[in-house]
Design a protein around this ligand. Structure first.
Ligand code: 9D3
Length: 250
């Protein structure tokens, strides 16, 4: 699949995409990212891509015309993939959307800066607006990288252990359980001994699976009760899950 990124800051993408999991997805040819520096599509000597808002107020607005030239250049090279605009007023990005996109043709990713983009461009060209959540960033580049990272790691063979997907938080609608590795007993500088939960050393696979499930349920019930409600409504909680949840004092 192919992603075309329209941005004022193309240099922000290279170092991140050239590391780790994202790099493997790109080297395998499964994900192809093309960067389109918006300033290259300005039409005047000052390379202007923004101007003051009609009606007054603070900040600047990204101009329609450079954006339309950039999108036309993308369309001349790539297919008719959907245009995604990253915006604080967008729908919140989630794992269900990434899973859907991971099997698709890719997208044109439009990263805004300043106060935003002229609404007439958005109305004419944007298919989907996505937000990372209710906090303020300075532009759409980090959200675009978050989407690319999330999709890259879903490509076949990109995670070292394919089963890691299934255990991801959100893939089954619950938060992940805690993880432990060596040493079995950790001695802190204060002289405390911190053992690994004994069940994990027991070799009883069914008991380990049950402990992990219960840890997930407990953490999710405490931190994200909204996810418990969704799982219950979708019939994804077993009788054993419900019995365990009933024992919890939140
Ligand atoms: C004063 C109104 N501001 C909205 C809170 C204007 C504004 C702030 C920050 C407009 C754009 C931005 C830049 N943010 C993004 O481009 C952005 C974003 C974000 O700020 N938070 C979460 N997700 C996203 S996706 C793109």
């Amino acid at each position: 699949m192919r992603f075309d990124v329209i941005t004022l800051f193309p240099d922000l993408f290279g170092p991140f995409l050239q590391q780790g999991i994202t790099r493997r997805a790109f080297e395998s040819g499964q994900v192809d990212v093309h960067l389109w520096p918006l300033r290259d599509f300005a039409d005047d000597n000052y390379r202007r891509v923004d101007d003051r808002p009609y009606g007054g107020g603070p900040g600047m607005v990204m101009l329609v015309e450079p954006l339309e030239r950039a999108l036309a250049a993308v369309r001349a090279q790539a297919g008719a993939a959907p245009v995604i605009h990253f915006s604080p007023t967008g729908r919140k990005m989630d794992q269900a959307l990434l899973r859907e996109m991971a099997g698709g043709p890719g997208a044109v990713l439009l990263c805004g800066r300043y106060e935003g983009i002229d609404q007439r461009f958005l109305d004419r060209h944007v298919d989907l607006e996505l937000s990372l959540g209710d906090f303020v960033l300075s532009g759409g580049e980090l959200p675009a990288l978050a989407l690319l990272d999330g999709i890259a790691r879903l490509q076949a063979g990109v995670l070292s252990d394919a089963r890691s997907h299934e255990q991801d938080s959100f893939e089954d609608g619950m938060l992940d359980c805690p993880h432990y590795s060596r040493p079995e007993q950790l001695t802190t500088p204060e002289g405390q001994n911190l053992p690994v939960p004994p069940v994990l050393l027991s070799g009883h696979h069914a008991q380990i699976a049950q402990w992990r499930r219960e840890q997930s349920l407990q953490l999710t019930a405490r931190r994200r009760p909204d996810l418990i409600a969704v799982a219950r409504a979708a019939g994804r909680l077993s009788k054993a899950d419900e019995r365990f949840l009933a024992t919890l004092v939140l």
